[in-house]
Design a protein around this ligand. Structure first.
Ligand SMILES: [Zn+2]
Length: 454
């Protein structure tokens, strides 16, 4: 190799993000503008938001053919591609979602769909979930395109349009783009700041529990309430719910929860810290039970099922003809939905009950903690906060990643948002994000994307 080529390749390898600061203004503008699109379920605004993102990408130099909007009912998906030089390597996918959870302006201090900048925060529905990271990804790819960046691996930004509700767009995207090397999801993981705004840790989300709803129902012929019978469906339901409450699924651990429990143990300390450490190492049932008594830990220890809704009877003076309840389960990765259903039926121990699975839950196992991904994320986070712990995590909620993992695409939640615990208002009132982190967030995305597409 001639000397100039050695120098050139060294220069390329040491590609230092330079766009980030310049693009911060763009990212902030994109975030604020996107909040103004009321992309709630049924409002038909997602395609308009997609068209807005597409216009930003085209202005940065994306060819028309490389930005694709696909309508799906009242919503849509977007796919934007930076083509890689080597067609033999599989693409890197980035994903986020354009839709938001409904918000009633009457409940909010500020109009949820009018972006407001105040006290260093941007307020609005979707400011955090998920328009923050979507804006960061759009601005990052726009910056890279403007710099005429040429990756070896294709990079494809995917935006879903009903992640918060039906997830039909999520399923469609996973089906179309299943032949990918890996996926980075802006809607998962992320950084935690303490009250003073100092970094505490960064979570790299590599697994999600499976979401499943079951309905348990009892029926009877009913009759006059003056002549009670022993078959009253309400009493049978009450007994069944009592048994479900008392039932505990077996404690489980995987690579993710073991690592994250060990790291949290040091941070939390005390009795809980000791129990976490022992449980992570193979532990005894007592530790699992102790941790399960704490709502903040139980989701990491085992599958959980809880009664969330109930409906029974038709008149105050009639014996009920039916009684039913919804049981919501968060299933440990890798455990089939049918296994949980069978275990629930066994716990209920009443052959007169019907137990049905609602909708079509999709299970997925955790993604392996790939060295290349972990290294890239660690480096990108270290550039913002040197020495900060990057903790692998399993979340109890479901995101688009679920469908990609089910298709065999390793998927990682790597949000660029760092926020204080008390500032987390995703899905809630007065959702907001700090403005100060935007430049560093762009830098984090650019480092992760460039490292994983070499
Ligand atoms: Zn989300």
């Amino acid at each position: 190799m001639p000397r100039w080529a050695v120098l050139l390749s060294a220069l390329l390898a040491a590609h230092q993000p330079t766009q980030a600061a310049g693009d911060a203004a763009l990212a902030k503008r994109v975030l604020m503008n996107s909040i103004a699109f009321r992309t709630v379920d049924g409002a038909g605004q997602v395609s308009r938001l997609a068209a807005y993102y597409a216009s930003i990408l085209r202005q940065a130099g994306f060819a028309d053919a490389d930005v694709e909007i696909t309508p799906m009912g009242e919503t849509a998906t977007l796919a934007a591609t930076i083509r890689g030089g080597d067609p033999a390597v599989k693409p890197l996918l980035l994903i986020g979602h354009m839709d938001v959870v409904a918000a009633d302006p009457a409940d909010w201090t500020r109009d949820p769909f009018v972006p407001v900048e105040e006290d260093g925060y941007i307020f609005g529905r979707g400011a955090e979930d998920n328009k923050y990271d979507v804006a960061m990804m759009v601005a990052t790819l726009a910056g890279l395109k403007r710099g005429n960046w040429q990756p070896r691996r294709s990079v494809i930004l995917l935006l879903s349009g009903d992640e918060e509700t039906h997830m039909a767009t999520s399923r469609a995207l996973a089906h179309t783009y299943k032949d990918a090397e890996y996926l980075l999801n802006g809607d998962g993981g992320g950084g935690l700041l303490d009250e003073e705004g100092r970094p505490v840790l960064y979570q790299l989300q590599a697994g999600e529990k499976t979401y499943a709803d079951f309905e348990i129902a009892f029926t009877d012929a009913g009759g006059h309430s003056s002549a009670p019978t022993p078959d009253n469906p309400l009493y049978r339901l009450a007994r069944a719910l009592g048994r479900i409450e008392a039932h505990r699924f077996a404690p489980m651990r995987n690579e993710l929860t073991q690592t994250s429990l060990m790291l949290s143990a040091d941070r939390i300390g005390g009795h809980a810290g000791e129990a976490m450490r022992r449980f992570a190492k193979g532990g005894n049932p007592k530790d699992a039970d102790f941790l399960s008594d704490h709502p903040e830990f139980i989701g990491q220890i085992r599958t959980t099922c809880v009664a969330t809704m109930a409906q029974a009877g038709h008149a105050p003076n009639a014996l009920p003809q039916s009684a039913k309840a919804t049981i919501n389960c968060r299933i440990f990765p890798g455990v089939p939905v049918e296994t949980v259903q069978a275990e629930l039926a066994q716990a209920i121990a009443d052959p007169s009950a019907t137990l049905t699975t609602l909708d079509h839950p999709v299970g997925s196992d955790a993604s392996p903690l790939r060295r290349d991904v972990v290294e890239a994320v660690k480096k990108a986070v270290a550039a913002r906060y040197p020495g900060l712990a990057v903790v692998p995590a399993m979340s109890s909620g479901a995101t688009d990643s679920l469908y990609f993992r089910a298709m065999g695409v390793p998927s990682y939640g790597v949000s660029s948002l760092f926020q204080r615990g008390e500032d987390g208002f995703a899905h809630g009132l007065n959702e907001r994000v700090p403005i100060a982190g935007i430049a560093a967030a762009l830098d984090q995305w650019e480092r992760m994307v460039t490292a994983l597409s070499r």
